[in-house]
Design a protein around this ligand. Structure first.
Ligand code: C5P
Length: 232
């Protein structure tokens, strides 16, 4: 994934249907930089199923680990055989938990980049208040991104709304992985705050997590190729 050949598109496969997943991944593989498989697929098919589905594509394993440091470190070691390019944890687990995850990855799968999820985009200021947080979402996202960086985490998952500010705050080497991407003319689905692929990259996204605009297109390969072309 050098910058000259960097394809930032990570196709999100949100299904438990292994056959459908493998078929879609096979079709889009030449046009994407990697595949995102998360809790839905992993909980159903486990390590072997994920390995079979991802094939040779770089894997973004979106498990959002959140537990005591020792358990999260064990969770990271337990998926090291998959050698995921990217693996998620929750920043809310705290500094020691994030450090433990990074250390476990460095020891068992050195090429794996650990990403922290800051505040889930399903939460708003009212939810944070109910949870007892002092700050609104934006300030809390920035605080947790700083803590993640302090822990040695390689990057964050963030919404299109946050990417420019986090790029400024965290510097050029911090990975920013951005869902909520919609090419012009594509249905929003349940996404409320969206950005086009090109605008997200220009705002500082390192990777774009794109699901339905590719997987539900009549021709997923062509949809992925068109998105890639829009970035050139
Ligand atoms: O289909 P769509 O492009 O909306 O899929 C986006 C992917 O990114 C899904 O896998 C979704 O779970 C994930 N995601 C998201 N918003 C977040 C975090 C993850 O849409 N804040």
């Amino acid at each position: 994934m050098s910058s000259a050949t960097h394809n930032p598109i990570l196709v999100a496969i949100d299904t438990t249907d292994a056959e459908a997943a493998r078929a879609t991944i096979g079709r889009v593989a030449p046009h994407v930089g990697g595949v995102k498989l998360g809790l839905e697929f992993f909980n159903c098919h486990g390590i072997e199923g994920v390995a079979r589905a991802a094939g040779t594509l770089p894997l973004f394993l979106d498990l959002k680990l959140h537990d005591i440091p020792n358990t999260v470190a064990g969770g990271v070691r337990a998926v090291a055989a998959l050698k995921p390019a990217l693996l998620t944890i929750h920043a809310g687990g705290g500094l020691a938990m994030m450090k433990a995850a990074v250390e476990a990855a460095r020891e068992t799968s050195p090429l794996t980049k650990i990403l922290a999820v800051t505040i889930l985009t399903s939460l708003d200021d009212g939810d944070l208040e109910a949870l007892g947080y002092r700050d609104p979402v934006e300030a809390q996202v920035r605080r947790l991104a700083a803590l993640a960086q302090q822990a040695g985490v390689d990057g964050c998952v963030c919404s299109p709304k946050e990417v420019a500010a986090l790029r400024r705050q965290c510097g050029v080497d911090f990975l920013l992985v951005v869902p909520g991407i919609r090419p012009a003319g594509v249905a929003l689905g349940d996404q409320k705050r969206v950005m086009s692929p090109r605008n997200a990259v220009e705002a500082g996204a390192s990777y774009l997590v794109i699901g339905r605009p590719i997987t539900e297109a009549s021709d997923p390969a062509a949809a992925a190729a068109d998105i890639l072309a829009s970035l050139a």
